[in-house]
Design a protein around this ligand. Structure first.
Ligand SMILES: Cc1cc2nc3c(=O)[nH]c(=O)nc-3n(C[C@H](O)[C@H](O)[C@H](O)COP(=O)(O)O)c2cc1C
Length: 256
């Protein structure tokens, strides 16, 4: 069922789980806009009565790029705001951090929730192809329930913030992912196609002499690793692990 209200959803995604969730929520509305979160600050509030943020959990918290985006967002009092985070097995304190950010800006988000789905942190693990369909089916069911709840403007406040927990998760993220840009390994089968550079959500990869070079602004999102058509990019122990992208998302959906 569609309503006449307009919705704008800001999303961050590497392998399409968060974009899939954002798309399902948007599909309930006649007028919807999906906007990719990038390094640019939002100067103006969108002309929408409903505004959402959808992104993955990173190390039990908010990905740094999303954190600074939310910190700079010009929140208003007369808008229904929601936030949905996709994750694999551990959601940590993600939504409580969002709560802190928005409270500091004088607003309370109206709705927050999580979607458990296929994990994409190939540096640490691979989710086997056998397990994926059931996980995605469940994610789809949960996403649809969330979309229904948002459509009727359900009030489901975000959990209370805990400073210690945020500090701990931030520390772990820095420990494991701060120097990701130094840790990519390029195999000989790279064909220099440049897809890694095109799917990088933060424009951190340039192609030089038909080879990718990573800058220092890596978001640790793993998009380059997962979308390489030759599986020629590895990170940590990810070599040989099965790549992943959400089956609803095509590479074209991520290209800029
Ligand atoms: C750097 C990094 C850290 C992650 N940390 C967590 C985590 O703490 N808990 C978890 O359940 N999943 C974690 N994940 C998995 C993602 O949250 C999950 O796969 C998400 O749905 C990916 O969304 P996307 O497809 O929109 O990029 C992590 C993934 C990456 C790349």
């Amino acid at each position: 069922m569609e309503t006449n209200e307009t919705i704008t959803i800001y999303y961050f995604t590497a392998t399409g789980n968060s974009l899939t969730t954002a798309s399902v929520i948007a599909s309930r509305y006649k007028q919807s806009k999906l906007v990719k979160i990038n390094r640019l600050n939002v100067a103006e509030h969108p002309y929408s009565a409903i505004v959402g943020f959808v992104f993955p959990v990173y190390m039990g918290g908010v990905p740094p790029i999303v954190y600074s985006f939310l910190n700079n967002f010009p929140f208003r009092k007369d808008v229904y705001y929601f936030c949905v985070a996709t994750y694999y097995t551990y959601k940590g304190n993600t939504l409580s951090v969002v709560n802190k950010i928005t409270k500091n800006k004088g607003v309370c988000l109206n709705y927050g929730n999580y979607v458990p789905t296929v994990g994409n942190c190939l540096k640490e693990y691979e989710v086997s192809a056998v397990k994926r369909p059931a996980i995605l089916e469940r994610a789809d069911a949960i996403t649809n329930k969330i979309a229904d709840a948002i459509k009727v403007k359900t009030d489901k406040r975000l959990p209370k913030h805990c400073g210690l927990s945020e500090k701990l998760h931030k520390g772990l993220f820095n420990l494991f992912f701060n120097d990701t840009y130094k840790k990519f390994i390029l195999e000989n089968n790279c064909i220099g196609c440049g897809i890694c550079s095109k799917v990088c959500p933060v424009d951190n990869i340039v192609i030089n002499n038909k080879q990718p070079q990573w800058g220092v602004n890596c978001a640790s999102c793993h998009a380059c690793v997962h979308w390489c058509p030759k599986n020629a990019i590895s990170l940590g122990k990810s070599k040989g692990r099965l790549q992943y992208h959400n089956p609803n998302i095509r590479i074209e959906d991520l290209l800029h």
